[in-house]
Design a protein around this ligand. Sequence first.
Ligand code: RUB
Length: 300
Amino acid sequence: MSDVDVVAESIESMKVRGARDIAIAAAEALRDLVKEGANLTELKIAGEKLKAARPSAISLPNAVDYCIYLSEGNEVMPPEQFKEKTVSDIESYLTELNTSLERIAKVGAELIKDGETVMTHCQSDTVASIFRKAYDDGKKIKVLATEARPRHQGHLTAKILAEYGIPVTLIIDSAAHYMMKKLRVDKVFFGADTVTVDGDLVNKIGSSQIALAAKHLDIPVLVAAESLKFNPRSIFGRDVEIEMRDPKEVAEIPGVEILNPAFDVTESEYIDMIITEDGVMPPAAAYSLLREKYGWEILK
Ligand code: RUB
């Protein structure tokens, strides 16, 4: 197996998971391929392989397409120069992604008040960075985290936050509505796999139910999504494919059909604000962000 195959397999099997981390892993794999002397055609083939690894997080094709776009800009150069410049361009992109995370953490933390109870679902590095920043700023926050059946990524959220010193309470997914009310949750924070041009959110299965409960209880819903998570293809009305995973992740009962969708769609009307590296915006501004950030050049 080539390194690209190994990375694609790690993404597919969720050894590497979370929209941000899979995008970074793909960009790093392409950078390493350039280092090994790959040309543009070989990069494009590798890029398609990486993109096919998981369907619902737009961050993955966005990152791959951007690396290819950077490489295309250097195509006319002699091989050694192509290698050097493309590696350096991809490195700069990776650094930019880190800067974006820091900015989102700062902007998001400003939205949390001292003493608030915040809730999250599944495991998002972006949301965790907001909670850590709020805590570092001296705010006494409490976090309510859901398990996120069937893969229990919420256990990871709870572990990461607890190790950082943030008080965290873990609940089963179906306790969400009841516990949001009982613990008087102040705000819900979701990460994002994809934000569509209409400002709808594709995120871990169960997000939409929590958003519905939040609307019912009048709790603001905030989405932490750098521009990498916005889907320029949805401008043509192309739907985001919802990943259906192996039913065995849920249960094995003879004679019973088991469905295991990994993501769902929360319509923009259930979302109060989206936190991006450029600040906070209403979901209706997704279109403007896409125009500004992507132009139309990566719409292939
Ligand atoms: C993870 C998930 C996360 C987003 C955002 O799903 O839905 O909320 O990917 O994460 P899975 P991040 O575990 O199936 O990959 O903010 O880290 O990009």
